[in-house]
Write a protein that binds this ligand. Structure first.
Ligand SMILES: Cc1ncc(COP(=O)(O)O)c(C=O)c1O
Length: 386
């Protein structure tokens, strides 16, 4: 069975060109970038090249890029670092209710540790409510965290406006750009954020490596402590192969972005129009979105079972639900947008990528319509029997 992968927001396959860049490092480039000898210096040079490549993707200077162990670690480093460096009475952390768990649960952990934390509401269209945010950001706010693109709906958030609000009050801004990088242009100078997180495996690079942009002069306390790697910003011997992969992935994303985003938005719209032709289907997230993501609910279906039925039919999609300790939590993002629970539990996310073709999209749309129909019929049969 030819499988169709429409879950690129969960993770992307490694681009073969990224693999080609990583293999020589994995095979021979074992040096420790902190070592003074030739082996170490080879590794150092490879890390420095990657730093330039990542910086170029987001319009930063190489010296403003810190490599981390994941996008999650980049988010933790930014939020915890800003909260720890803040001076009394400036301590508050404000985040949006649609942030990824990497930000949301870090903020919640900070709250448990006694830091004042507030969540700004989200509008029905998937964008953060700027009036609510403005009401929460005050002279005691240390950092405001709003993502650039949401992982579930693809909605692009008004980060430039968030920055304006935060600046009026002297607060820092952290932006999780894990789902935006490589999909839409990201320019840290134009956005004027203080910190910005990226992840390797969302841009056809390897898993277990991320990057944090830290604007020159920003006061952050280090989160991971140990040696003096990454200019004391993130301790631990560098994942050289991973970093090289992330660098190459960033370079490819920059080269390919224009043509690829036009291709993807065409395919996404093609998929979406077919899905929305299914009776009882509705789009979630009406604000402008990144080109590859569609989130659609199908009334009366149970999304978890639909994901499983589609998997059996060879189509990989996802729900926004998080599965923690065996319990499925409905999507906090769709809930924050005010969607009723039944609709949240009937929602599927489709995320397209480099390998997706028009044939994939058409075949997937047909299989989704069949699976929805089948599930509705069997639940009606069940309801009429009971
Ligand atoms: C918006 C967003 N932020 C952060 C992360 C975490 O990145 P990583 O998987 O590299 O820890 C993800 C991954 O799903 C994400 O979608």
């Amino acid at each position: 069975m030819g499988r169709i992968y429409l879950d690129h927001n969960a993770t992307t396959p490694l681009d073969p060109r990224v693999l080609d860049a990583m293999l020589p490092i994995l095979r021979d480039g074992f040096g420790n970038p902190s070592s003074l000898h030739w082996f170490g210096q080879q590794a150092r040079a490879a890390v420095d090249t990657a730093r330039e490549q990542v910086a170029a993707l987001i319009g930063a200077s190489p010296g403003e890029i810190v490599f981390t162990g994941s996008g999650t670690e980049a988010d933790n480093t930014a939020l915890r670092g800003a909260a720890a460096a803040a001076r009394e009475p400036r301590r508050k952390v404000v985040y949006s209710t649609i942030e990824h768990h990497a930000v949301m649960n870090t903020a919640k952990a900070l709250a448990e540790e006694g830091v004042p934390v507030e969540a700004a509401r989200t509008r029905a269209d998937g964008r953060v409510d700027l009036d609510d945010l403005r009401a929460r950001v005050d002279d005691r706010t240390a950092v405001v965290a709003v993502m650039l693109a949401n992982n579930e709906t693809g909605v692009v958030e008004p980060v430039a406006e968030v920055v304006r609000i935060a600046r009026e009050r002297g607060a820092l801004v952290h932006c999780d750009a894990v789902q935006a990088a490589g999909k839409i242009p990201v320019d840290v100078r134009a956005l004027d954020v203080d910190t910005l997180a990226l992840s390797g495996h969302k841009i056809y690079g390897p898993k277990g490596v991320g990057a944090l942009y830290i604007k020159r002069g920003t006061r952050l306390k280090a989160f991971v402590r140990g040696g003096s790697q990454e200019r004391n910003r993130r301790a631990g011997t560098e994942n050289v192969a991973g970093i090289v992969g992330l660098g190459r992935a960033a370079e490819l994303a920059r080269d390919d972005m224009g043509a690829e985003s036009a291709r993807l938005s065409g395919l996404r719209d093609r998929l979406e129009s077919q899905l929305l032709a299914t009776p009882g289907a509705q789009r979630n997230g009406e604000a402008p979105r990144v080109p590859n993501t569609a989130n659609v609910s199908f009334s009366g279906v149970e999304a978890e079972s639909l994901v499983m039925a589609l998997d059996l039919a060879g189509v990989a999609v996802s729900t926004g639900a998080a599965c923690a300790a065996g319990a499925v939590e409905p999507s906090h993002v769709l809930r924050a947008m005010g969607l009723p629970l039944e609709r949240v539990q009937a929602s599927l996310r489709f995320s397209l990528g480099r390998g997706t073709t028009a044939e994939d999209v058409d075949a997937a749309a047909k299989l989704v319509a069949e699976a929805v129909d089948k599930q509705r019929k069997s639940s009606r049969a069940y309801a009429s029997k009971s």
